[in-house]
Design a protein around this ligand. Sequence first.
Ligand SMILES: C[S@@+](CC[C@H](N)C(=O)[O-])C[C@H]1O[C@@H](n2cnc3c(N)ncnc32)[C@H](O)[C@@H]1O
Length: 316
Amino acid sequence: MGFAVPQGGVGYLAPDGFLPELLRELGPVERVLGRLALCAAPPVRPTTVLPAWAQNIWHDLRVIPFTSIAQAATALKGLGPLWALYDEHLPRRGRARLIQQRLRGPSSRPLVFGDPLPKLPLGSWTLLDDSTLLASPRCSSPFAHGEALFVEDKTGPPSRAYLKLWEVFTLLDRRPDPGQLCLDLGSSPGGWTWVLHKLGARVISVDKAPLDPRLAGLPGIIFRPESAFAQSPQAIGQDAFGPVDWLFSDVVCYPERLLALVRRWLDAGTVQNMVCTIKFQGETDFQVIDQFRSIPHSRLLHLAHNKHELTWVWGG
Ligand SMILES: C[S@@+](CC[C@H](N)C(=O)[O-])C[C@H]1O[C@@H](n2cnc3c(N)ncnc32)[C@H](O)[C@@H]1O
């Protein structure tokens, strides 16, 4: 093989197009297969310092020599019930696919929003060469390659951004309760406001651009044609609407400006939960990522529905 492969190590799968970001976060790695970076087992890390640019983490790597397709399939079946094949980096995929055909794969049915996460553990595997498997029986995501796919609603939401909220609520298994107050900053044309309204939450929707006319004026939605940065945490907490249960931001702005906004809300102490998209323009700003990451009780995720963005989640 010519490369060290860390038995018992960890594999980190970058989202498509973001391997450089992942490698920058990880530092030196043993080997890279396509967009899968392999490391020796790291010290146990709290979730707050997990790499944000990993869409799936392959724990407890196993290196398994085999002599036949049947033997390879049997070895994997002995480690877990469901397997996803990662084969993007393989020059020839026939042998790997013959092995996968003998295994039970993840469900090909997209999730209906509101369904619980799949319960059976999903392992991931690939080939190191024609006679060596690399397998992880324990991955961080219950979805193949960390890609949460949903049965989409092609008519209701006014933008596809709604899929980011569906994904984050599904992964966290938390969402606003009916009647809770949500502040949706940078809401136009209204995909996120649509999701929140459907959950029965009350929504103050803020954007300088208009909200889709199908949403504007619905009971439970108040639209403010204002700047996200002009919303005062103290004023909203004290007006007739009561305190904000959830603050959402999908505002297109420089990450430092978003950081200043969330710090203002944290300092005011008038919000319980926040979900914000950090949008990078040009180069990825790793300094600002570290600043978001260092906020206690928060997590940084790259959702399958994020582009050159991360989702920062706080509270709960
Ligand atoms: C990606 S879009 C939001 C999509 C929205 N979440 C949805 O689900 O449809 C970003 C929005 O940020 C808004 N925006 C940019 N600067 C803003 C500001 N200072 N205040 C409020 N909204 C702003 C833009 O007008 C744009 O509608």
